[in-house]
Design a protein around this ligand. Structure first.
Ligand code: SF4
Ligand code: SF4
Length: 208
């Protein structure tokens, strides 16, 4: 029986006879696409026929039930052992009732941004523009203004982050000299109905 590679060679031979120069190179994109297409067709035609036993679907059904039961009893056994303070080092699977009960996240995980505050509730940010400059996604936009306190040079009259563009690289947090921006809200489920709602302003960033 010919396999798809033999068929490919015959195919190529036929094409060469037709003097189709663009098909001569077997490494060309066309050649690779044609080879993949023939491979699929060959597999489809030469698929093994199922036996009568396999056509009852019982072997598949039994193996599925076996696998599910294996995991169920394995986890059940370790949850019971954990109740008695045994085998604590072996983890057993649990189901989180998301979104009512979200899965605990690592404190190191970069999650939605927040602007930190001073004791008087004003933002710690001094509008130095370093985060805006370093941001690779160009999604931070700060409007600087003179601060009434002469000890503080500037403050952000507006601080906008377009979370629809943010790539969560954390550069803005790393570069901030004032620890004024953090990504530790533990919020990842940021979903809105429009792109405009994904744009967070200073007020929203200071809510957490
Ligand atoms: S996490 Fe990265 S992409 Fe997002 S705002 Fe900060 S610097 Fe920009
Ligand atoms: S958040 Fe930090 S880096 Fe960004 S403007 Fe404010 S002080 Fe500068």
């Amino acid at each position: 029986m010919l396999d798809y590679k033999d068929e490919w060679l015959l195919d190529m031979g036929g094409m060469m006879e037709k003097n189709l120069e663009q098909y001569y190179d077997p490494t060309s994109l066309y050649a690779r696409l044609r080879l993949a297409q023939m491979k699929r067709a060959w597999k489809k035609e030469n698929r093994r026929k199922l036996t009568l036993w396999e056509r009852t679907y019982l072997p598949t059904l039994v193996s599925g039930v076996w696998l599910t039961s294996k995991h169920f009893f394995y986890n059940l056994m370790f949850h019971i052992l954990h109740l008695f303070g045994l085998a604590k080092d072996v983890k057993a699977a649990v189901t989180y009732q998301y979104p009512e009960k979200p899965r605990p996240l690592s404190p190191r995980l970069r999650t939605r941004h927040r602007l930190t505050k001073r004791a008087d509730g004003s933002p710690r940010c001094v509008a130095c523009m370093m985060c805006e400059t370093v941001c690779p996604a160009r999604c931070i936009e700060i409007t600087a203004a003179e601060h009434p306190d002469p000890n503080i040079e500037k403050y952000p009259a507006e601080f906008i982050i377009d979370l629809g563009k943010c790539v969560y690289c954390g550069f803005c947090v790393e570069v901030c000299p004032e620890d004024a921006i953090r990504m530790d809200t533990q919020r990842l489920d940021i979903a809105e109905y429009s792109r405009e709602e994904m744009i967070y302003n200073k007020k929203r960033l200071m809510e957490d």
